[in-house]
Ligand binder design. Structure first.
Ligand code: F6R
Length: 606
């Protein structure tokens, strides 16, 4: 949540900051602001709402010009989205941008008020700015080092001191932050896309490390102000990956990138037709050692884990639980030695998932992270790690990251089933071949969108709808439902089709469309019976099934026809029309598809 950037160099700083913020807007877009040294004086411009509001504001009020500054795009936590609560915040000689939450800000604020300090905003961030200013003794590093000892919570801070107009300072605790290294110019950013147009080289700041950026270079110090030697990393993402490349929205682009993302993720992990996860620390011996598996994640990533549970239990007969990370961490979980805890996360920074993983480790479980963002906290702290290679996912609604998360869950399930002797090599090879064929079927779906567009147009007037399915179709419908509600703002729930009649069916009227998913052959007739039950009560039914399925036309109003594919891997194929239905419904409603209201991509607060 929240994106921060900083620049020291020779370019027009406002351009670099605005460009960087545009790449980070996925992290929050309640307000935006910049602070730039203009002729040695700090000039601040900020505005409520999207980055374009800040552009408009600067057109009207003047655009700061200079070569050194910091910028911010906000996802509000403390204090409503407003001009005054927007970052940067100044506390006299110190101006800062902040990503994260200062948990003890109230005590610190009371303390400062008791010392005569006054405040302009409701934010926890201003408390840090004022505290830094209160402590400031002319030495930025010493002041930062002393101040962070009093901060509780999570933060990544970009800081400028009025009397040090040639430097930008930064420090982090939990919230991600990198320091980009260019030629005569240097950067700070919450994420790599913000600097990719200028440099690929960066340092990943660790817990409580302090970075000092000048034109001559980046210097890093530990929490006590001692210099630290760090390894320079190089981003392997393509600049094209962070552009829309002709697509109207990032979400549509990312849906289209799924076939490639699957291939890039699975190919290096397949050898001689069998899964090989050794480079991730996973061998057949390691796999044989687990008595139970727990998947812990949030949102879409948790839905990917739910698909994984069905597949692992079916193929390997190893018990799997799936938990929402924010529940897991406080439920005194029954996890311990001999258990494997799989944490799935696109960003690798989700606060609840990270905390759940730390808890699992402390209880003696082994942890496996399935993560997209390289070098992220979850990736670094897990015992074993499988990177998904989806490339940057910019749209807030996750699509390609989900796809590769489930692709990895399949590979993992195949290898586990082989390890514990539930399948032999021939069956394992057959399954791997099927997984390798999924991109072609997905590409086929992406070729024809008329059917989904028509379905979407039939949904835009609905206030609420239900997704139903059984087994893997139920797991999948959870994701279809979340995708629809988060970007179309139409309320929806997913239900196990057989469970409806135990209460929820009372909601069914002609105003409640039902999207039924029926791809699992053994369960199809059961689901069709449930469809008939809702149809008989007036529901408009949209059925997602195979083109080859013969279904009583009286039972459904609209159909989406899937290509034929193996039942077990069908979620990878069937999720695509569900993503597209959500996408087109949102487009038809005129919503901001890539940046739905109230959301942010990387949820680094609890
Ligand atoms: C929904 C979505 C979220 C994330 C969730 C976890 O489209 O993207 O539900 O899946 O916030 O995020 P990560 O995967 O970064 O841990």
């Amino acid at each position: 949540m929240c994106g921060i950037v900083g620049y020291v160099g020779k370019r027009d700083c406002t351009d670099v900051l605005m460009n960087g913020l545009s790449k980070l807007e996925y992290r929050g877009y309640d307000s935006a602001g910049i602070a730039v040294f203009q002729n040695g004086k700090i000039e601040v411009a900020k505005a409520k709402g999207r980055l374009k509001n800040l552009e408009e504001h600067m057109k009207a009020e003047g655009r700061p010009t200079g070569q050194i500054g910091i910028g911010h795009t906000r996802w509000a936590t403390h204090g409503e989205p407003s001009d005054v609560n927007s970052h940067p915040h100044s506390g006299g000689r110190v101006t800062i941008v902040h990503n994260g939450i200062i948990e003890n800000y109230k005590e610190l604020k009371d303390y400062l008020i008791s010392r005569g300090v006054s405040f302009d905003s409701d934010t926890d961030t201003e408390v840090v700015a004022r505290l830094l200013d209160y402590r400031y003794n002319g030495s930025p590093i010493q002041t930062i080092s002393e101040t962070i000892r009093d901060l509780e919570g999570s933060y990544a801070l970009g800081i400028i001191f009025a009397d040090h107009p040639e430097q930008v300072y930064a420090v982090r605790c939990e919230s991600p932050l990198i320091a980009g290294v260019g030629d005569g110019e240097n950067f700070i950013a919450s994420d790599v896309p913000a600097i990719l147009e200028y440099t690929r080289d960066y340092y990943l700041l660790e817990h409580e490390e302090i970075a000092v950026l000048g034109r001559d270079g980046v210097h890093i110090f530990d929490a006590y102000g001692q210099p630290v030697e760090k390894e320079l990393k190089t981003a392997d993402w393509d600049v094209e990956a962070i552009r829309k490349n002709g697509y109207v929205h990032f979400m549509l682009k990312e849906i289209h990138e799924q076939p490639t993302a699957i291939r890039t993720t699975i190919s290096p992990r397949i050898q001689n037709g069998l899964p090989n996860l050794e480079e991730c620390g996973i061998t057949l011996e390691v796999l044989r050692g687990f008595r139970q598996i727990h998947v812990v994640a949030c949102g879409t990533a948790m839905h990917a884990g739910t698909v994984g549970k069905y597949v692992i239990e079916k193929l390997a007969r190893v018990p799997v639980t799936v938990d929402i990370a924010s529940e897991f961490r406080y439920c005194d979980p029954l996890v311990g030695t001999g258990d494997l805890v799989i944490v799935i996360s696109q960003s690798g920074e989700t606060a609840d998932s990270l905390a759940a993983m730390r808890l699992a480790k402390s209880l003696g479980a082994k942890t496996l992270a399935i993560v997209n963002a390289m070098g992220s906290s979850i990736a670094r702290e897990a015992d074993m790690l499988i990177y998904t290679h989806a490339g940057p996912e910019i749209a807030v609604a996750s699509t390609k990251a989900y796809m590769v998360q489930i692709a990895v869950m399949y590979l993992f399930a195949f290898e586990l089933a082989l390890a514990v002797g539930q399948i032999d090599e021939t069956e394992c090879r057959r399954l791997v071949t099927l997984l390798e064929q999924t991109p072609d079927s997905i590409a086929e779906i992406l070729e024809r969108k008329e059917q989904v567009q028509y379905i979407a147009s039939s949904l835009i007037t609905a206030d609420s709808l239900l997704y139903i399915g059984r087994g893997l179709d139920y797991a999948l419908s959870m994701e279809g439902s979340l995708k629809l509600k988060e970007i179309s703002y139409i309320h929806s729930e997913s239900y196990a089709a057989g469970e409806l009649k135990h209460g929820t069916i009372s909601l069914i009227t002609e105003n409640m469309p039902v999207i039924a998913v029926a791809t699992q052959t053994a369960l199809r007739e059961k689901t069709i019976s449930n469809i008939k039950e809702v149809k008989a009560r007036g529901a408009r039914v949209i059925l997602v099934c195979r083109a080859s399925d013969t279904i009583d036309p009286e039972a459904v109003d609209l159909r989406y026809d899937l290509p034929d594919f193996d039942d077990l891997l069908m979620p990878m194929i069937a999720v695509v029309p569900l993503q597209l239905i959500a996408y087109y419904t949102s487009v038809l409603k005129g919503n901001d598809v890539d940046k739905p209201r109230n959301l942010a991509k990387s949820v680094t607060v609890e």
